[in-house]
Design a protein around this ligand. Structure first.
Ligand code: GDD
Ligand code: MN
Length: 366
Protein backbone atom coordinates (compact mmCIF):
# COMPACT_ATOMS: atom_id res chain seq x y z
CA UNK A 1 0.00 0.00 0.00
CA UNK A 2 1.37 3.42 -0.91
CA UNK A 3 1.41 6.08 1.81
CA UNK A 4 -1.27 8.75 1.31
CA UNK A 5 0.12 11.20 3.84
CA UNK A 6 3.51 12.74 4.57
CA UNK A 7 3.46 13.90 8.18
CA UNK A 8 6.20 16.23 9.39
CA UNK A 9 7.22 16.03 13.05
CA UNK A 10 9.57 18.89 13.92
CA UNK A 11 11.81 18.10 16.87
CA UNK A 12 14.17 19.96 19.10
CA UNK A 13 15.18 18.01 22.21
CA UNK A 14 12.28 15.58 22.13
CA UNK A 15 14.18 12.35 22.84
CA UNK A 16 11.98 11.75 25.90
CA UNK A 17 8.73 12.16 23.94
CA UNK A 18 9.39 10.81 20.46
CA UNK A 19 9.33 7.05 21.23
CA UNK A 20 5.96 7.23 22.97
CA UNK A 21 4.52 9.43 20.26
CA UNK A 22 5.68 7.15 17.44
CA UNK A 23 4.42 4.03 19.17
CA UNK A 24 0.98 5.54 19.75
CA UNK A 25 0.85 6.81 16.19
CA UNK A 26 1.87 3.39 14.92
CA UNK A 27 -0.88 1.67 16.87
CA UNK A 28 -3.53 4.12 15.66
CA UNK A 29 -2.48 3.64 12.04
CA UNK A 30 -2.46 -0.14 12.29
CA UNK A 31 -5.95 -0.06 13.78
CA UNK A 32 -7.17 2.21 11.00
CA UNK A 33 -5.38 0.17 8.34
CA UNK A 34 -3.54 3.26 7.11
CA UNK A 35 0.06 3.79 6.10
CA UNK A 36 1.95 7.08 6.05
CA UNK A 37 5.36 8.64 5.61
CA UNK A 38 6.69 10.45 8.69
CA UNK A 39 9.44 13.01 8.26
CA UNK A 40 11.17 13.91 11.50
CA UNK A 41 12.93 17.25 11.01
CA UNK A 42 15.53 17.59 13.72
CA UNK A 43 17.72 20.62 14.24
CA UNK A 44 20.74 18.92 15.78
CA UNK A 45 19.07 18.33 19.16
CA UNK A 46 21.83 17.88 21.74
CA UNK A 47 19.71 15.27 23.56
CA UNK A 48 20.10 12.77 20.72
CA UNK A 49 16.56 12.95 19.28
CA UNK A 50 17.87 12.07 15.81
CA UNK A 51 19.47 8.84 17.03
CA UNK A 52 16.21 7.87 18.74
CA UNK A 53 14.32 8.37 15.47
CA UNK A 54 16.87 6.35 13.51
CA UNK A 55 16.76 3.52 15.97
CA UNK A 56 12.99 3.30 15.88
CA UNK A 57 12.51 3.52 12.11
CA UNK A 58 12.77 -0.22 11.32
CA UNK A 59 10.33 -1.12 14.12
CA UNK A 60 7.52 0.98 12.63
CA UNK A 61 7.21 -0.43 9.12
CA UNK A 62 5.05 -0.91 7.17
CA UNK A 63 2.48 1.45 8.76
CA UNK A 64 5.09 4.21 9.11
CA UNK A 65 7.89 4.85 6.66
CA UNK A 66 10.06 7.05 8.86
CA UNK A 67 12.55 9.47 7.33
CA UNK A 68 14.90 11.76 9.18
CA UNK A 69 15.87 15.20 7.97
CA UNK A 70 18.74 16.70 9.95
CA UNK A 71 19.41 20.40 9.71
CA UNK A 72 22.39 20.74 12.01
CA UNK A 73 21.37 23.87 13.90
CA UNK A 74 18.12 25.21 15.37
CA UNK A 75 16.50 27.22 12.63
CA UNK A 76 12.92 27.64 13.78
CA UNK A 77 9.68 25.70 13.76
CA UNK A 78 8.04 27.04 10.60
CA UNK A 79 11.09 26.59 8.43
CA UNK A 80 11.52 23.03 9.76
CA UNK A 81 7.94 22.23 8.78
CA UNK A 82 8.15 23.83 5.34
CA UNK A 83 11.44 22.08 4.58
CA UNK A 84 9.94 18.80 5.71
CA UNK A 85 7.03 19.19 3.30
CA UNK A 86 9.41 20.04 0.48
CA UNK A 87 11.26 16.79 1.16
CA UNK A 88 8.10 14.66 1.08
CA UNK A 89 7.69 12.01 -1.61
CA UNK A 90 6.17 13.83 -4.60
CA UNK A 91 3.59 11.05 -5.15
CA UNK A 92 1.95 11.59 -1.78
CA UNK A 93 -1.28 13.64 -2.06
CA UNK A 94 -1.62 14.91 1.53
CA UNK A 95 0.81 16.74 3.81
CA UNK A 96 0.59 17.43 7.53
CA UNK A 97 2.34 18.39 10.73
CA UNK A 98 2.15 17.61 14.43
CA UNK A 99 4.23 18.38 17.51
CA UNK A 100 6.52 15.76 19.01
CA UNK A 101 5.79 16.55 22.65
CA UNK A 102 2.50 14.58 22.94
CA UNK A 103 0.42 17.76 23.13
CA UNK A 104 -1.25 16.48 19.97
CA UNK A 105 -2.95 13.08 20.35
CA UNK A 106 -1.64 10.95 17.45
CA UNK A 107 -4.88 8.93 17.47
CA UNK A 108 -6.42 11.83 15.54
CA UNK A 109 -4.17 11.38 12.48
CA UNK A 110 -6.37 8.66 10.87
CA UNK A 111 -9.47 10.74 11.60
CA UNK A 112 -8.04 13.87 9.95
CA UNK A 113 -6.74 11.81 7.04
CA UNK A 114 -10.15 10.24 6.51
CA UNK A 115 -11.73 13.71 6.31
CA UNK A 116 -9.32 14.62 3.51
CA UNK A 117 -9.74 11.35 1.66
CA UNK A 118 -13.48 11.82 1.47
CA UNK A 119 -12.63 14.79 -0.71
CA UNK A 120 -15.02 17.23 0.95
CA UNK A 121 -12.27 19.36 2.43
CA UNK A 122 -8.81 20.69 1.57
CA UNK A 123 -7.57 21.24 5.12
CA UNK A 124 -8.33 19.14 8.21
CA UNK A 125 -7.38 20.90 11.42
CA UNK A 126 -7.17 19.51 14.94
CA UNK A 127 -8.86 22.39 16.72
CA UNK A 128 -9.06 23.55 20.32
CA UNK A 129 -11.79 26.06 19.61
CA UNK A 130 -14.72 23.98 18.39
CA UNK A 131 -17.19 22.20 20.73
CA UNK A 132 -15.44 19.26 22.37
CA UNK A 133 -11.99 20.82 21.99
CA UNK A 134 -9.93 22.72 24.52
CA UNK A 135 -6.70 22.97 26.46
CA UNK A 136 -5.60 21.10 29.56
CA UNK A 137 -3.48 22.64 32.27
CA UNK A 138 -3.11 26.16 30.88
CA UNK A 139 -3.17 29.08 33.32
CA UNK A 140 -5.19 32.24 32.74
CA UNK A 141 -2.16 34.02 31.29
CA UNK A 142 -1.49 31.55 28.51
CA UNK A 143 -5.19 31.24 27.71
CA UNK A 144 -5.52 35.00 27.40
CA UNK A 145 -2.45 35.28 25.18
CA UNK A 146 -3.69 32.53 22.91
CA UNK A 147 -7.13 34.13 22.72
CA UNK A 148 -5.64 37.53 21.91
CA UNK A 149 -3.39 36.11 19.22
CA UNK A 150 -6.36 34.33 17.63
CA UNK A 151 -8.46 37.49 17.76
CA UNK A 152 -5.77 39.50 15.97
CA UNK A 153 -5.88 37.00 13.12
CA UNK A 154 -9.68 36.98 12.93
CA UNK A 155 -10.01 39.39 9.99
CA UNK A 156 -7.67 37.13 8.01
CA UNK A 157 -9.52 33.86 8.49
CA UNK A 158 -12.79 32.48 9.85
CA UNK A 159 -11.07 29.30 11.09
CA UNK A 160 -11.67 28.94 14.86
CA UNK A 161 -8.15 27.73 15.66
CA UNK A 162 -5.76 29.15 13.06
CA UNK A 163 -2.94 28.85 15.63
CA UNK A 164 -3.12 25.07 15.73
CA UNK A 165 0.13 23.27 15.05
CA UNK A 166 -1.70 20.05 14.15
CA UNK A 167 -3.31 19.77 10.70
CA UNK A 168 -3.30 17.93 7.37
CA UNK A 169 -3.99 19.35 3.91
CA UNK A 170 -4.19 18.62 0.23
CA UNK A 171 -0.76 19.37 -1.22
CA UNK A 172 -2.17 20.91 -4.40
CA UNK A 173 -2.91 23.93 -2.19
CA UNK A 174 0.80 24.70 -2.25
CA UNK A 175 1.09 24.65 -6.02
CA UNK A 176 2.64 27.91 -7.17
CA UNK A 177 2.62 29.29 -3.63
CA UNK A 178 5.51 30.37 -1.51
CA UNK A 179 5.12 29.96 2.24
CA UNK A 180 7.33 32.25 4.30
CA UNK A 181 8.91 30.53 7.27
CA UNK A 182 8.22 33.23 9.88
CA UNK A 183 7.68 32.27 13.51
CA UNK A 184 5.45 29.47 14.76
CA UNK A 185 2.16 29.82 12.93
CA UNK A 186 2.49 27.73 9.80
CA UNK A 187 -1.26 27.06 9.58
CA UNK A 188 -2.12 30.76 9.55
CA UNK A 189 0.47 31.24 6.82
CA UNK A 190 -1.09 28.44 4.78
CA UNK A 191 -4.67 29.68 5.30
CA UNK A 192 -3.86 33.25 4.24
CA UNK A 193 -1.51 32.50 1.34
CA UNK A 194 -3.29 29.50 -0.16
CA UNK A 195 -6.88 30.50 0.71
CA UNK A 196 -8.44 27.02 0.85
CA UNK A 197 -12.15 27.05 0.02
CA UNK A 198 -13.06 24.18 2.33
CA UNK A 199 -11.70 23.55 5.83
CA UNK A 200 -12.89 21.22 8.61
CA UNK A 201 -11.97 21.45 12.26
CA UNK A 202 -11.95 18.33 14.40
CA UNK A 203 -11.99 18.97 18.17
CA UNK A 204 -9.13 17.83 20.37
CA UNK A 205 -7.76 18.48 23.84
CA UNK A 206 -4.35 20.11 23.80
CA UNK A 207 -2.33 18.55 26.62
CA UNK A 208 0.64 20.48 27.95
CA UNK A 209 3.94 18.72 27.48
CA UNK A 210 5.11 16.68 30.48
CA UNK A 211 8.72 16.20 29.33
CA UNK A 212 11.17 18.75 27.95
CA UNK A 213 10.64 22.50 27.64
CA UNK A 214 8.58 24.66 25.28
CA UNK A 215 10.65 26.58 22.78
CA UNK A 216 8.23 29.49 22.78
CA UNK A 217 9.82 32.63 24.26
CA UNK A 218 8.88 36.30 24.55
CA UNK A 219 10.69 37.09 21.31
CA UNK A 220 8.18 34.90 19.51
CA UNK A 221 5.35 37.29 20.36
CA UNK A 222 7.15 39.99 18.40
CA UNK A 223 7.79 37.53 15.61
CA UNK A 224 4.08 36.78 15.56
CA UNK A 225 3.20 40.47 15.21
CA UNK A 226 5.70 40.79 12.36
CA UNK A 227 4.15 37.74 10.73
CA UNK A 228 0.65 39.24 11.08
CA UNK A 229 1.79 42.51 9.49
CA UNK A 230 3.18 40.59 6.53
CA UNK A 231 -0.06 38.64 6.12
CA UNK A 232 -2.27 41.74 6.37
CA UNK A 233 -0.02 43.45 3.83
CA UNK A 234 -0.37 40.48 1.47
CA UNK A 235 -4.14 40.43 1.85
CA UNK A 236 -4.37 44.18 1.14
CA UNK A 237 -2.18 43.88 -1.94
CA UNK A 238 -4.95 41.77 -3.43
CA UNK A 239 -7.03 44.96 -3.48
CA UNK A 240 -5.05 46.21 -6.44
CA UNK A 241 -3.62 49.70 -6.81
CA UNK A 242 -6.95 51.47 -7.37
CA UNK A 243 -8.47 49.70 -4.35
CA UNK A 244 -5.57 50.78 -2.15
CA UNK A 245 -5.92 54.32 -3.46
CA UNK A 246 -9.59 54.45 -2.50
CA UNK A 247 -8.90 52.93 0.92
CA UNK A 248 -6.21 55.52 1.67
CA UNK A 249 -8.59 58.22 0.42
CA UNK A 250 -11.28 57.04 2.84
CA UNK A 251 -8.74 57.16 5.66
CA UNK A 252 -7.90 60.71 4.56
CA UNK A 253 -11.55 61.70 4.96
CA UNK A 254 -11.48 60.41 8.55
CA UNK A 255 -8.26 62.33 9.29
CA UNK A 256 -9.74 65.44 7.69
CA UNK A 257 -12.96 65.32 9.70
CA UNK A 258 -11.16 64.55 12.97
CA UNK A 259 -8.80 67.51 12.66
CA UNK A 260 -11.58 69.83 11.47
CA UNK A 261 -13.67 68.88 14.47
CA UNK A 262 -10.74 69.27 16.88
CA UNK A 263 -9.74 72.69 15.54
CA UNK A 264 -13.30 74.00 15.60
CA UNK A 265 -13.61 72.80 19.21
CA UNK A 266 -10.44 74.76 19.98
CA UNK A 267 -12.14 77.86 18.61
CA UNK A 268 -10.60 78.06 15.13
CA UNK A 269 -12.96 79.44 12.49
CA UNK A 270 -14.38 76.73 10.16
CA UNK A 271 -12.69 77.90 6.94
CA UNK A 272 -9.07 78.11 8.16
CA UNK A 273 -9.73 74.88 10.11
CA UNK A 274 -10.84 73.20 6.89
CA UNK A 275 -7.64 74.33 5.15
CA UNK A 276 -5.55 72.85 7.98
CA UNK A 277 -7.55 69.63 7.93
CA UNK A 278 -7.14 69.37 4.17
CA UNK A 279 -3.36 69.95 4.44
CA UNK A 280 -2.92 67.22 7.08
CA UNK A 281 -5.14 64.71 5.29
CA UNK A 282 -3.37 65.27 1.97
CA UNK A 283 0.04 64.82 3.63
CA UNK A 284 -1.05 61.59 5.33
CA UNK A 285 -2.44 60.28 2.08
CA UNK A 286 0.75 61.23 0.31
CA UNK A 287 2.86 59.29 2.80
CA UNK A 288 0.65 56.22 2.48
CA UNK A 289 0.43 56.36 -1.29
CA UNK A 290 4.15 56.71 -1.56
CA UNK A 291 5.04 53.83 0.71
CA UNK A 292 2.13 51.48 0.05
CA UNK A 293 -0.29 52.27 -2.79
CA UNK A 294 2.48 52.84 -5.31
CA UNK A 295 5.80 51.03 -5.04
CA UNK A 296 8.48 53.29 -3.55
CA UNK A 297 11.18 54.41 -5.98
CA UNK A 298 14.70 55.86 -5.82
CA UNK A 299 17.09 56.25 -2.89
CA UNK A 300 19.43 58.71 -1.18
CA UNK A 301 19.55 62.27 -2.57
CA UNK A 302 17.61 61.28 -5.62
CA UNK A 303 15.07 59.87 -3.22
CA UNK A 304 14.73 63.19 -1.39
CA UNK A 305 14.61 65.15 -4.64
CA UNK A 306 11.97 62.78 -5.95
CA UNK A 307 10.16 63.06 -2.64
CA UNK A 308 9.76 66.85 -2.74
CA UNK A 309 8.75 66.84 -6.39
CA UNK A 310 6.25 64.06 -5.82
CA UNK A 311 4.86 65.81 -2.79
CA UNK A 312 4.38 69.04 -4.73
CA UNK A 313 2.69 67.22 -7.57
CA UNK A 314 0.47 65.24 -5.27
CA UNK A 315 -0.67 68.33 -3.37
CA UNK A 316 -1.24 70.11 -6.70
CA UNK A 317 -3.28 67.17 -7.95
CA UNK A 318 -5.27 67.08 -4.74
CA UNK A 319 -6.06 70.82 -4.94
CA UNK A 320 -7.24 70.30 -8.52
CA UNK A 321 -9.36 67.38 -7.35
CA UNK A 322 -10.83 69.50 -4.57
CA UNK A 323 -11.66 72.20 -7.14
CA UNK A 324 -13.37 69.60 -9.32
CA UNK A 325 -15.26 68.30 -6.29
CA UNK A 326 -16.62 71.78 -5.54
CA UNK A 327 -17.43 72.45 -9.19
CA UNK A 328 -19.36 69.20 -9.69
CA UNK A 329 -21.13 69.72 -6.37
CA UNK A 330 -22.20 73.24 -7.32
CA UNK A 331 -23.43 72.16 -10.76
CA UNK A 332 -25.44 69.22 -9.43
CA UNK A 333 -26.97 71.30 -6.64
CA UNK A 334 -27.91 73.95 -9.17
CA UNK A 335 -29.47 71.20 -11.30
CA UNK A 336 -31.74 70.42 -8.35
CA UNK A 337 -30.08 67.21 -6.99
CA UNK A 338 -30.07 66.74 -3.20
CA UNK A 339 -26.90 67.43 -1.21
CA UNK A 340 -25.91 63.85 -0.35
CA UNK A 341 -26.10 62.28 -3.84
CA UNK A 342 -24.51 65.42 -5.27
CA UNK A 343 -21.54 65.20 -2.96
CA UNK A 344 -21.15 61.44 -3.51
CA UNK A 345 -20.99 61.97 -7.26
CA UNK A 346 -18.60 64.89 -6.72
CA UNK A 347 -16.29 62.83 -4.51
CA UNK A 348 -16.38 60.00 -7.04
CA UNK A 349 -15.27 62.18 -9.94
CA UNK A 350 -12.66 63.97 -7.81
CA UNK A 351 -11.23 60.65 -6.63
CA UNK A 352 -11.02 59.39 -10.20
CA UNK A 353 -9.15 62.47 -11.35
CA UNK A 354 -6.96 62.43 -8.25
CA UNK A 355 -6.02 58.81 -8.93
CA UNK A 356 -5.27 59.45 -12.59
CA UNK A 357 -3.08 62.43 -11.66
CA UNK A 358 -1.28 60.60 -8.86
CA UNK A 359 -0.57 57.67 -11.13
CA UNK A 360 0.41 59.42 -14.28
CA UNK A 361 2.05 62.51 -12.89
CA UNK A 362 2.90 62.09 -9.22
CA UNK A 363 4.23 58.65 -8.43
CA UNK A 364 4.87 56.65 -11.53
CA UNK A 365 6.45 59.31 -13.76
CA UNK A 366 10.14 60.20 -13.49
N1 GDD B 1 13.21 21.21 14.08
C1 GDD B 1 12.77 22.12 14.94
N2 GDD B 1 13.38 23.35 14.99
N3 GDD B 1 11.72 21.82 15.76
C2 GDD B 1 11.31 22.75 16.64
C3 GDD B 1 11.89 24.05 16.74
C4 GDD B 1 12.98 24.33 15.86
O1 GDD B 1 13.56 25.42 15.88
N4 GDD B 1 11.22 24.73 17.71
C5 GDD B 1 10.27 23.91 18.19
N5 GDD B 1 10.32 22.71 17.56
C6 GDD B 1 9.45 21.54 17.76
C7 GDD B 1 9.36 21.03 19.18
O2 GDD B 1 10.32 20.06 19.45
C8 GDD B 1 7.94 20.44 19.20
O3 GDD B 1 7.91 19.15 18.65
C9 GDD B 1 7.17 21.37 18.28
O4 GDD B 1 8.14 21.97 17.42
C10 GDD B 1 6.39 22.45 19.05
O5 GDD B 1 7.29 23.16 19.88
P1 GDD B 1 6.89 23.60 21.36
O6 GDD B 1 8.03 24.36 21.91
O7 GDD B 1 6.38 22.42 22.14
O8 GDD B 1 5.71 24.60 21.03
P2 GDD B 1 4.47 25.03 21.92
O9 GDD B 1 3.88 23.87 22.65
O10 GDD B 1 4.84 26.22 22.69
O11 GDD B 1 3.47 25.50 20.74
C11 GDD B 1 2.64 24.55 20.13
O12 GDD B 1 1.33 24.90 20.37
C12 GDD B 1 0.91 26.13 19.81
C13 GDD B 1 -0.52 26.39 20.16
O13 GDD B 1 -0.60 26.82 21.44
C14 GDD B 1 2.87 24.51 18.59
O14 GDD B 1 2.10 23.46 18.04
C15 GDD B 1 2.47 25.80 17.91
O15 GDD B 1 2.55 25.63 16.48
C16 GDD B 1 1.06 26.10 18.32
O16 GDD B 1 0.69 27.36 17.77
MN1 MN C 1 4.49 22.02 23.00
Amino acid sequence: MRPRLALVIPTYNEAANLPRLLRRLHRALVEAGACIEVIVVDDGSPDGTAAVAERMAPTLRPAIELRLLQRGAKRGLSSAVIEGWAAADAQIPFLGVMDADLSHPPELVPVLLEALQQGATQVAIASRNVPGGGVLGWGMGRRATSWGATLLARPLTMVRDPMSGYFLFDRTLLRGRFLQPVGYKVLLELLVRARPARVVEVPFLFADRTAGASKLGARLYLTYLRHLCGLYGARMRLLGQAGRFVLVGALGVVVNLALLWGLVLLGVAPLPAAVGAFALAVSCNFALHRTWTFEPTGSGRRYLHGFLRQYGRYVGGSVLALGLNLLVLALLLQGGLALLPSQIAAIGSATGVNYALARGWGFLSG
